[in-house]
Design a binder for this molecule. Structure first.
Ligand code: ADP
Ligand code: ZN
Length: 738
């Protein structure tokens, strides 16, 4: 993987940065680049990926465009070698710098998101093949005979494959090579990457779609930074439309990136892409393994992979010449990464477009309030598709007041919803029942003594998962079997499940509809991405009558036969004190309801609630998106909440509650005075303990024009050093307030 001395690197004519030394940003949790000696014969320039010693380790790093300054050479360690991949482009390095500054993550951690691991940088192993040299072995053995028999089936064999089919060891094949019977052939197994063709199979677009596609194509032809909000109802054909923007990008000879919130979604998109462009795009997410990852990473860097569809981490791929980014389902909270470096992939995509000088398309049926405000203010362009493709109607929506339309005791589905599902079954159509809660029941208690099962590590109830006969913590993964008796009062058979999860809804539906095919879509019940994709595809083809699902089903899937949607509990998200609760509820319910009636069949949605007067639910029932946005924008504007103001959360955590509290108070005290910012808290986090750590939150709130990241950096530099197991996590533009 490492070239120690590199002649063609020198021929590249790149400038040597400084005589004998370079600055290298290591891809570990450090903020600054360190100076290294350049060994004789190696020529390095900014962007080169290198291996350097760091303490006792060898780590990956990138030659950074900084002046090493005067350092005594005797103190310096030398660069170990240059990795044989294209150097990072300047715009990506600028992006790393910017993300690091904005999110207050060490620059090395952000660089690590680019370089990933040495696996993705590793060269493809050469595979040796063999073919017949025309001779017959002088000495025949049964093994050799079998090899000779199989040999005729193919002109060239990978060595191991030949040994496999002949049922012999590799040594037998080697022996035939030594004997001159077989000769070695170099097999370059790197598959030829098929290039997507902009003109492969252009779809007939509706008039509205054509107008939208033309507008997007124009922004692509401009090849300058511009953000466009593609705001179209579910099923309006947003995907078809942004495909045309991708086609235009390909015609301009540039690369395109499509970011998706959910990997299960990619399958459908990849297939549609392949039909439109005649070749599959590169795929990038946690389900893509080893070699395939390396091929995409390196193919992107060499400019051979022209389009990538991927999860948020694809934003950090080293594109040779990126010309456009699409953020599909841009409102989705899955774009926010909360562990390690916290960043919001949508916002960072906009920044990457800004630095790279290319257009960015944000697509959604329920735009985030931020993007909507940016479009209203003219900072973003806006393209609307208010109608579904092919004249399909949006579903009729009824709010079911659970105080009046109550289910029988021990049941969770209102009579009207059950009746609608029953009718859909009779008509051979599908129903979807949505509840964003995994497991059987969110709380288990003893009916005799009132004991409740709690996680020992978190402030959370243990959730019963009946299919697995376990009690699980959804925050830390703690699990234990469901005991036969109450652990507190030892009463046998006294445990009762409180409230429903998807498994319990499934139980009710199986009981009510014993003859129907029922599928449960919950990430913990479907083993792995492949199984999930298969299941989704089967459902889309009609291999289920009733589907019960968590938020997974809300995301962009096409289920043509779906004609009834039931929402078990619309109030789940509305109840918590999260400033984004209204927006989340609006988005998820609109998306779920939008799964129905996409193929033109009349569709009906039923939303169960105890607060039908709630304005968000009223707006959804009336199909009045504007009512929601107007109200929400007004609330945010008055409170100076994003996007009319800025937020940054600091989460202090420690194993001891007192330590966390004391430090949080000291931190608050250290906040620099400023006119446009105030600090709320410290306050115990709503989930006061996670994984055994007590959590206390502070929230900085500023005006929009204020550089909050910079202010928080100053704040932290004034604060006492967190010691004794204290941790301070910074979350700029928080999405979660738990
Ligand atoms: P959205 O992304 O807005 O929800 P999609 O692009 O997924 O919409 O389109 C919804 C459905 O309508 C898909 O099944 C898609 O194939 C179909 N569709 C949309 N536009 C066209 C078109 N111009 N020609 C043929 N089918 C289309
Ligand atoms: Zn836990």
């Amino acid at each position: 993987m490492i070239r120690r001395i590199n002649a063609d690197q020198r021929e590249r004519g790149a400038k040597q940065m400084s005589s004998g030394t370079v600055c290298v940003q290591c891809a570990v949790a450090v903020d600054a680049a360190y100076t290294y000696l350049v060994p004789d014969g190696l020529s390095l320039s900014a962007g080169d990926i290198v291996v350097v010693p760091l303490g006792p380790r060898k780590v990956l790093g990138c030659v950074w465009n900084e002046d090493p300054g005067e350092v005594s050479a005797s103190k310096l360690r030398a660069v170990e070698g240059l990795v044989d991949v294209p150097p990072l482009r300047k715009n990506l390095m600028d992006f790393v710098d910017w993300v690091s500054r904005y999110t207050l993550s060490e620059r090395g951690m952000v660089l690590k998101m680019v370089l990933r691991s040495s696996d993705v940088l590793a060269a493809e192993k050469p595979v040796t093949g063999v073919s017949w040299a025309g001779l017959v072995p002088e000495r025949m053995t049964p093994g050799r005979e079998r090899v000779m028999e199989k040999l005729g089936e193919q002109a060239v064999w990978p060595k191991s494959a030949l040994a496999d089919v002949a049922g012999v060891s590799a040594a037998v094949v080697d022996g035939l090579v030594s004997a001159g019977v077989l000769e070695k052939v170099d097999l370059n197994l790197r598959p030829v990457i098929e290039q997507p063709d902009a003109d492969h199979a252009i779809n007939d677009l509706s008039e509205a779609q054509r107008a939208a596609a033309d507008k997007l194509a124009e922004t692509v032809r401009d090849q300058s930074f511009a953000v466009t909000l593609l705001d179209g109802v579910t099923g309006s054909g947003k995907t078809e439309v942004y495909f045309e923007a991708i086609a235009e990008t390909l015609k301009a000879g540039k690369q395109a990136l499509v970011l998706l919130p959910e990997i299960a979604l990619t399958q459908d998109l990849l297939q549609r892409f392949a039909r439109r462009f005649g070749a599959a795009p590169g795929e990038w997410h946690s389900g893509v393994s080893g070699r395939a990852r390396a091929r995409v990473w390196q193919g992107v860097a060499r400019g051979e992979v022209q389009v990538v569809c991927g999860a948020r981490s694809a934003l950090f791929l080293p594109f040779a010449d990126l010309g456009m980014i699409v953020v599909d389902e841009e409102h989705d909270p899955a774009f926010k990464q909360e562990d390690r470096a916290t960043y919001h992939a949508r916002d960072m995509a906009v920044k990457r477009g800004h630095i790279g000088g290319f257009p960015v398309i944000l697509s959604s049926a329920t735009p985030s309030v931020e993007s909507r405000a940016n479009a209203d203010a003219g900072r973003y362009g806006r393209i609307s598709l208010p109608e579904r493709f092919g004249g399909a109607a949006m579903p009729d929506i009824d709010l079911l007041d659970m105080r009046q339309d109550a289910p029988e005791s021990g049941r969770f589905l209102a009579p009207r919803l059950v009746e609608a599902i029953s009718k859909a079954c009779e008509a051979g159509q599908q129903s979807l029942v949505f509840l964003n809660r995994r497991g059987y029941a969110p709380l288990t208690l003893c009916r005799r003594c009132g004991f409740r099962f709690e996680c020992p590590n978190c402030t959370a109830w243990l959730v019963e998962h009946r299919f697995r006969n376990k009690l699980l913590c959804h925050h830390c993964g703690f699990e234990k079997p469901v005991p036969p008796a109450c652990p507190s009062c030892e009463a046998p058979d006294s445990l009762v499940a409180c409230g429903p999860g998807v498994e319990r809804i499934a139980e009710e539906l199986v009981d009510r509809f014993p003859d129907q095919r029922i599928a449960v879509l919950s990430s913990d019940l479907v083993p792995g991405v492949k199984a999930m994709r298969t299941l989704l595809a089967e459902i889309a083809r009609g291999h289920a009558d009733i589907v019960i699902g968590t938020q997974l089903v809300a995301k962009g899937h096409n289920f043509p036969l779906m004609s009834v949607v039931g929402v078990v509990d619309a109030d789940v998200a509305l109840q918590n004190a999260d400033p984004r609760a209204a927006e989340r509820t609006f988005q998820i319910l609109s998306q779920v309801v939008g799964r129905a009636g996409r193929a033109g069949n009349a569709a009906h949605a039923y939303i169960q609630t105890y607060v039908p007067e709630n304005p968000v639910l009223q707006a959804i029932a009336a199909g009045d998106r504007e009512a929601f946005y107007e109200r929400e924008l007004d609330v945010r504007r008055k409170a100076g909440m994003p996007p009319f103001g800025r937020l940054a959360a600091l989460i202090v955590s420690a194993r001891e509650r007192d330590l966390a509290n004391q430090y949080a108070r000291a931190l608050k005290h250290a906040a620099p005075g400023a006119d446009h910012v105030d600090v709320l808290g410290p306050a115990e986090a709503p989930i006061a303990m996670i994984r055994g750590r007590y959590r206390v939150r502070l929230l900085a709130h500023s005006t929009r024009a204020f550089d909050l990241s910079d202010w928080v950096r100053q704040w932290l530099s004034r604060a006492p050093k967190p010691t004794g197991g204290l941790r301070v996590q910074v979350d700029i533009d928080p999405v979660s307030f738990l």
